[in-house]
Ligand binder design. Sequence first.
Ligand code: HEM
Length: 467
Amino acid sequence: MLSNLLNCVQDIWQIHSTAVLVAIFAALIIYIFYYRYITILQHFDKLGIPGPKPWPILGNIPEIARLGGQHLAHMYYTKKYGKVVGLFYGTERLTLVSDYEIIKKILIKDFHLFPNRRLPIKFPFDYLDKMLAFSRDQEWKTIRDTITPTFSANKLKAVLPIVDNSSRKLRSALISYAQQGEIIDARDVFGKFTMEVILSVAFGVQLNTQDTTLTNAASKMLSGIPRRILFTIISPYAPKSKDFLQLVLDGRESGKLSDDDIIAQSFIFLLAGYETTANTLSSVCYLLAVNPDVQERLINEVDDAFSGVDDDLSYEQIFELKYLDMVITETLRLYPPIPIIIREVAQDCTIGDYQFVAGTSIMLSTYALQRDSAEWPDPEKFIPERFTQEEKQKRSSMSYLPFGAGPRICIAMRFALMEIKIALVTVLRTVKFIRVKETEVPLQLNAGITISPKNGIKIGLEERSSP
Ligand code: HEM
């Protein structure tokens, strides 16, 4: 019986061997496709987590694009499906969470279950995986512990004059634009400023803010400079100056960081330090231009602060300016430069009523959280008074996360705030931002990993008569 069967298979094989091979191959492909792209689509149904119906391979991407980008899609999905929503970005499974208790557990209390960000793409150079933002587990901890002292209050005070120097150049440029009656693209002007600051603070490289050629050259550094060249560029500067890079290089001497680690941190400082801060500064100026009463009050605070001071404000005096802080905080609520926070689930776990599966991601939509009308009445309105001490205490700290929270919070938060505050204080002593007919109201946004104005930010300038 068995030998008959074997004979039969042998006959078929001799006659139709190619056809059989093709059939087996096709069955395998269909099985892999089905397993990889179709069964995965039931992931959230199995966990009882609601969400929009995904397409194979594309997931919810077509609908997210149709809704106007992920920032708007997240608001829509949260409203429609609730505080825990299952989404597919292609084949990536992401749970969108906006429940404050669960968020607190993910970011802070149960950090050990969610210690990493999941990298959606593979970087072209392996050493870039070592960037603080994308490094993982113990490697991340070693780098973070080594770099953290770089951003202490004392180190920030030491680099304050560098930021101050660039702010003065920025002010001169703005005065000349005002005198010529030029409409500026704020994103462009502040982009040059923050590029200059990060290059001089992080690497000791001296540039001139408004020198487009040099700034473009520096921008090119961001787009894939080979590792040896970058290291050759930064090394000669670092040992001479007490800039951020020197502190990172100290980590190499103590054996904690390798050359690859150091190059990777140089990249992340540039990537994270340039666009986020430039976008925040241009958003503040836009909001001041379209809210002249707020601008007037802020200018009064700045003038008062300078009235009893001979030269510049100290680090402490800058951080004491309360209304300035409220204006920036409210700007970051409306326009958080990084609109999403991502964490990878390290092991299967249950938080509250929800199960999270290892290898999938959790996504917190800062943009949607910070425009939730249940927490923020009139969420589209720019109201700095939401951030008086008294008002802040009424809200959950998880409702406002422009810098993230917990052990992976933005490492440079105080540096970024210092830079933004110094630039604004310096500039507002001599110019005002004005809404002109080219100013887009409301502002259209592009939202990917960062949020930026779709069509730039066009505003006018007016020289102040008596600073
Ligand atoms: C207004 C300006 C900035 C904003 C709004 C911002 C926001 C953020 C956010 C939301 C995160 C993720 C936090 C989390 O996952 O919990 C982050 C991480 C990070 N930021 Fe910033 N950032 C700003 C400026 C900067 C600057 C100037 C630098 C560097 C000089 C920087 C370096 C980093 C790094 C290295 C990380 C990764 C930290 C880690 O994984 O341990 N950021 N930032």
